[in-house]
Design a protein around this ligand. Sequence first.
Ligand SMILES: CC(C)(COP(=O)(O)OP(=O)(O)OC[C@H]1O[C@@H](n2cnc3c(N)ncnc32)[C@H](O)[C@@H]1OP(=O)(O)O)[C@@H](O)C(=O)NCCC(=O)NCCS
Length: 382
Amino acid sequence: MARDAIRDKVSIVGVGCCQFGENWDQSPADMIVDAAYEAYADAGIEKPQEQIDAVFTGSIYSNKGPHECSDALKLWKPVTSVSNYCATGTDAFRCGVMSIACGLYDTVLVVGYDKPKDRGVAGPSVVMTQVRDLPQTPAGWFSICASRYFEKYGAGRDDLARIAIKNHHNGTLAPNSFLKREITLEDYKKARLISWPFGLYDCAAQTDGAAAVILTRSDLAKSFRRDPVVVKGVTVFAGPNPQKDPTMDFLAWKPSIEAGQVAYEMAGVGPEDIDVAQVHDCFSLTELLTYEDLGFCEKGAAKEHIQDGRFEIGGGLPVNTDGGLKSFGHPTGATGVRMIYENTLQLQGRAGERQTPDAEIALSHNIGGYPTACGIAILGRA
Ligand SMILES: CC(C)(COP(=O)(O)OP(=O)(O)OC[C@H]1O[C@@H](n2cnc3c(N)ncnc32)[C@H](O)[C@@H]1OP(=O)(O)O)[C@@H](O)C(=O)NCCC(=O)NCCS
């Protein structure tokens, strides 16, 4: 594999993100239009039918496939529809990047969206995962990992609380987030229990949303805007169900580790070079394990870094500067693209109160399935 094959060849020249939330008054098409037209305006695109060569979309709940976007955006274009668990949005982005890097297209639109609130279910997510063949909700399964981690490394609910409080705070600073609500340690401890050790504030909410990105060849990027962001590396990892692997210890997730190593090599950087990151925090513990799986700190050491405030805005490596899944919820296809939206703003110095000073390299990460799928994108200032 040529690890540097796509590095710096493709640039982001426009991003858009609709208001995330319980969007009862919006169809998927409404959200797609909001996100895509913001991205067009950001890139200075006035005639999408002429200026966009192809569309890549990511959604896991849509039953219309590529037609949802064509219909919504009134485009006659090659449209590719991608579905890959929680890595769906990042995978759609990856396909768009590859289509330009191989020389086929000049400029493409990537749209991630989903509308899970229309599924007609409330409460904990429907039973979808299994642990050692026993039915589990996602909260049930991730909470088993938390108990194991606590037992092995001496962490506890107070450490998870710091992540939840941080992400709730960051969400108050992000215009398009769903939950704009500060919480205290007391709120965290008093909240209803979902699956021990997770209470309400350890869980991402369920929301609707869409986000969009315009990609172009790097040599064309400055004709769109003066501050494009380059794609350093992007990869997706899919593996067999680790819960059927008797050697799995529940303390680290192979998809994140494998995808992380490849993404760092593609980008020619290491974890020490990352200035700002958006990582999958479907549950607070997911974010904690990701610090370790991506090499932001040593295995078992996350607790000390959390207590030092390293991952907070203003800390050494701010993580989930927009409040993450905790504040935006997790409309699955949208999440990876929403993270790329935030990282692009960070690299362009447009993140307002959330801004990481002088950010040059930004990483986004999703993990999903059992967990079997991981997507990682590393972006850099041009
Ligand atoms: C935690 C969870 C069970 C709560 O769902 P619920 O009990 O149906 O909650 P409701 O939608 O009825 O919301 C009740 C209130 O809590 C709030 N709320 C809902 N989820 C919340 C969350 N995760 N964090 C904070 N507040 C939340 C709502 O805004 C609402 O507030 P209000 O009374 O002020 O309007 C649900 O969000 C969940 O299952 N999350 C995990 C999602 C998941 O598994 N994703 C897959 C990841 S791989």
